[in-house]
Design a protein around this ligand. Structure first.
Ligand SMILES: CC(=O)N[C@H](C=O)[C@@H](O)[C@H](O)[C@H](O)CO
Ligand SMILES: CC(=O)C(=O)O
Length: 309
């Protein structure tokens, strides 16, 4: 039996942390890691979409993961997203992730070219072979990757015993149940995990069977997701739903800015906790002066929602 309890809970997607010049700030990475440990989250998902992985070099991604591990080892479940869109770099990151002791590696499928399933499976399995003692999480995010996880591809991947989970960011919550059923059919109850992706439906995802969630807005308001998760564990759906509605309104507010959602969230963390995590890398749009009111309003909404818990 695998130990899947380490994946059951609230796992914030880690934000890219930059200094004033836009270089990786390992100090920022460490500070954000300590901040999330203090908030009581289950783990972190490093180097995914929120980590701006597609805009970072291999060496930068290694430095980020090493800085996370220096604070998180033994305290958090660490899942390292290692996909780079070419096999060689992804394999290098997978090997590195295992060497620093992560719990799992994860990857999106190759993006841009729509490759056949056998090529996607080989891409993932090559990474997994470079981290043979590390569990593997399939990241399904069809609206951004341009390729969706099919049942035949999942079944092919389930032949690899390291494949422990799907992080599902597609919008139909029924996909969670479908992937989980297939995983359990292959591995047995308690041996396969599905993570909820869309934060806006964390409660629905958990209710239909997601074991936990990995999300891009957890780090800015972990209290809300931790409370939703606790309510769901106790069967208190109405209370969980009320917090979900608040979280969704906050997300919609943050998305009104000209600047990218991650830029908004990092600015809110700076204002609330003094965390200096920088902006976002171009071509993602940064904050502009007109975003001030939206940032302030979103921060006030977060503070009010936390105060109500
Ligand atoms: C499309 C996308 O980026 N999805 C993320 C991961 O699943 C979510 O966590 C979103 O960041 C979140 O739901 C806000 O829209
Ligand atoms: C949101 C998320 O899961 C990611 O950053 O990849």
């Amino acid at each position: 039996m695998k130990d899947i309890t380490k994946y059951q809970g609230v796992i914030p997607a880690f934000y890219a942390c930059y200094d004033a010049e836009g270089n990786i700030s390992t100090e920022g990475v460490k500070a954000l890691t300590r901040h999330l440990i203090a908030k009581g989250v289950k783990g972190v998902y490093v180097g995914g979409s929120s980590g701006e992985c597609i805009y970072q070099h291999v060496d930068e991604r290694k430095a980020v993961l090493e800085a996370v591990m220096s604070e998180a080892k033994g305290k958090l479940t660490v899942i390292a997203h290692v996909g780079c869109n070419n096999t060689a770099d992804s394999v290098e990151l997978a090997r590195h992730a295992e060497s620093v002791g992560v719990d799992a590696i994860a990857s999106i499928p190759p993006i841009y070219f729509h490759l056949p399933e056998y090529a996607i499976a080989k891409y993932w399995n090559d990474m997994s072979a470079a981290a043979p003692n590390t569990e593997f999480v399939i990241y399904n995010i069809p609206q951004l990757a341009g390729t969706g996880l099919t049942m035949s591809l999942l079944k092919e991947m389930l032949k690899n015993p390291n494949v422990i989970a799907v992080k599902n960011s597609s919008m139909p919550t029924q996909d969670i149940q479908m992937f989980k059923d297939a995983g359990i059919a292959a591995r047995g109850e308690g041996n396969f995990v599905v993570f909820n992706g869309p934060d806006e439906q964390f409660v629905s995802g958990r209710v239909i069977g997601a074991d936990g969630g990995i999300g891009g807005t957890y780090a800015v308001m972990p209290e809300l997701y931790l409370a939703m998760n606790d309510h769901i564990n106790k069967g208190e759906i109405k209370q969980a739903q009320e917090i979900q509605y608040e979280a969704d309104r906050i997300i919609y507010k943050m998305c009104e800015a000209h600047g990218n959602l991650y830029a908004v969230q990092k600015e809110i963390l700076r204002r609330m906790y003094g965390l200096e995590l920088g902006g976002v890398r171009e071509p993602m749009p940064g904050l502009i002066p007109e975003d001030e009111a939206i940032v302030a309003e979103a921060q006030a909404m977060i503070e009010a929602a936390i105060a109500k818990l």
